[in-house]
Design a protein around this ligand. Sequence first.
Ligand SMILES: O=C(NC/C=C/[C@H]1O[C@@H](n2cnc3cncnc32)[C@H](O)[C@@H]1O)c1cc([N+](=O)[O-])cc(O)c1O
Ligand SMILES: [Mg+2]
Length: 214
Amino acid sequence: TRSTRPQRMLKAVQKNATKGNPESVISAIDYFCKHSEWAMNVGDEKGSILDSVVTEVNPSTVLELGTYCGYSTVRIARLLSPGTKFITLEFNPANVTVARQIIAHAGLQDKVTVVEGSSGDLIPQMKERFGITTFDFIFLDHWKDRYLPDIKLFEECGLLRKGSVLLADNVICPGAPEYLEYVRNSPRYENRYYPAHLEYTKVEDGLEKSVFLG
Ligand SMILES: O=C(NC/C=C/[C@H]1O[C@@H](n2cnc3cncnc32)[C@H](O)[C@@H]1O)c1cc([N+](=O)[O-])cc(O)c1O
Ligand SMILES: [Mg+2]
């Protein structure tokens, strides 16, 4: 049967990227998406903004929602200090399989734990299963209608502390209007919008950074 796009992306990484070299894995995926098949990775333009926020926060605990193929997982993991706890959640088992191989090709398998399951089920288990009390940095890039319920879940589970940073992809395209309205109207968040474009296109998109004020 025909391969899937994530499987073709993995093949491109295994063929074109140097093992143990995260930059070459990132470049191989961006090249694949620009010249072979578009895919919903955060991409190079928004990826650079992601890099700058991760570097600025220098987090000790990180959560990513929506691993997909592991592109942003590699971007984040390559910047983390030793000993940082990084968890990424993905509920499609086929994507988990591809992401783990792409992360391993980058040599970053010891920096991140890919957990199979849905954010709605797993977020309440973060403390008991992974010994996490609060997250310093959270990257939201999963189904856009899950952004709002999941940020509320973070609050309810006490997983945010004063200064926790949430960075949300695609707040313009495909869009997360309810999420944007919530964080921008809540006195508990300080927000900043980073204008950019939808990965590998000229379509307007951007990232919203929200700092929890406690
Ligand atoms: O739809 C988009 N992203 C959804 C991402 C979805 C990925 O996260 C997982 N997931 C979903 N809810 C989950 C809950 N828990 C765990 N994994 C979950 C899905 O199994 C998939 O691997 C998207 C679409 C475009 N686009 O132009 O159309 C551009 C983008 O940058 C995008 O991020
Ligand atoms: Mg996205």
